[in-house]
Write a protein that binds this ligand. Sequence first.
Ligand code: BES
Ligand code: MN
Length: 457
Amino acid sequence: MSSIADFLNKNGKNWENSLIDFVKIPSISCQTEHMDDCLRAADWLQDYFRKIGFTPKLYPLSTGHPIVYAESPKIADAPTLLIYGHYDVQPVDPLNLWTECSPFEPVIKEGIMYGRGTSDDKGPLFSHIAAAEFWMLQGDLRPKLNVKFLLEGDEEGSNSATEIFVRENADLLACDYLALSDSTQFAPGFPSITSGLRGIAAYELILRGPIQDLHSGMFGGAITNPCNALVEILGKIHDENYRIAIPGFYDEITRLTQEDQEQLRILPFDENSFYDSVGVSCGLGEKDISVLEQISTRPTFDINGITGGYQGEGGKTIIPAWASAKFSFRLVPNQDPDELTVSLKRWLEEQLPPGITMELIIEGLSAGMLVDLSRPCMKAAAKSMEFGFGRSPVFVREGGSIPIVSTFSSALTPNVMMLAYTQKTDNAHGPNEHFSLSDFTRGIKSNVKLWQELAVL
Ligand code: BES
Ligand code: MN
């Protein structure tokens, strides 16, 4: 059997072409018109698993898209590795900004594959399937492992069905190690192992006032305006130090240890170029907290969208009947999203002006998590990435959320290895999303090495 490097030289092109086929399927999980496409993506994965000698099975969920589960031929007394990924992708609008390709007609230009899902998460996910294919080709000589895949089609939306599935199927999913690639490298040339994720608590708040829109000349001054009420209340969530004013919000948060701070210090991060890269000169965050801490280890509040009243052409002098906002908090470890919901609701009710009623809809709740870096598998993971990338990885806490991961560490195993292969500049969720084929290749090599390491750990 050839080495993975030789194999990639000869067969790497086939994997690129397979990834292209996979990316062509528009599996946008949150849009009903793409329901069938999500199923097609799940079928595509099933077929691929069958082709490489894994046994796949689809598990429908009560809501959302099916889970693709697959396992390798059983080997007695070998450790089990579970691999997670998501085959769903984000919506593609605005289409006119896709200048490199049309979102579901992927192209490769100068070693970079463009297309929706190339980096989040079809490319990284497929790097693990490629490793599985290479591993199976080694027959009886392959490192002794039992490998399971759990691929979901609902990561990009808020769906608690996957979480329930994991809890209810802990036997099926039983494993010693868990690996996923759905986070980003700290910077080019800094292959990374993600050591923590933020959680998320997302809501919609609807405020209602009069039974219908009213003339603001005849009623203004006496009738409380729901749009005014909404911005006034939301405006109070941040205090003068830009901290979140919901009572108890910071109670359970621990400050960074010396070691945490040391880890942040060694990362190359320039605040000015960070701001430059998104076209602003500066920004507003919690007082006395560095930007790097702000985007990874501190909680946040963001309004994601706000609506109500008249938005059409020209003006319309009304007191609108209602107003609504969607907003979310990023949470750090130890913050309990359920407790936040209770205190948020109580706080909002206290702020309500006379003549306004409210409805608070929960869009999604998940807790933040931290990886215990002292576990032996973390060394194996670091060694594998060093092999794949030619440089030892840094350990970084990420500001993004992968809701299911905290469930994994509590219900399946604390040995969670988040091997980050994509770049922050790959435009995940945005136009011209892309994934560099060199990161793809390095990812495949890292995975191959990881399996060797775990088999003998
Ligand atoms: N892959 C991302 C999460 C991510 C990005 C983790 C960068 C670490 C670094 C994932 O697909 C995602 O976008 N998650 C959503 C979750 C939300 C919809 C519940 C997020 O973070 O907004
Ligand atoms: Mn993702």
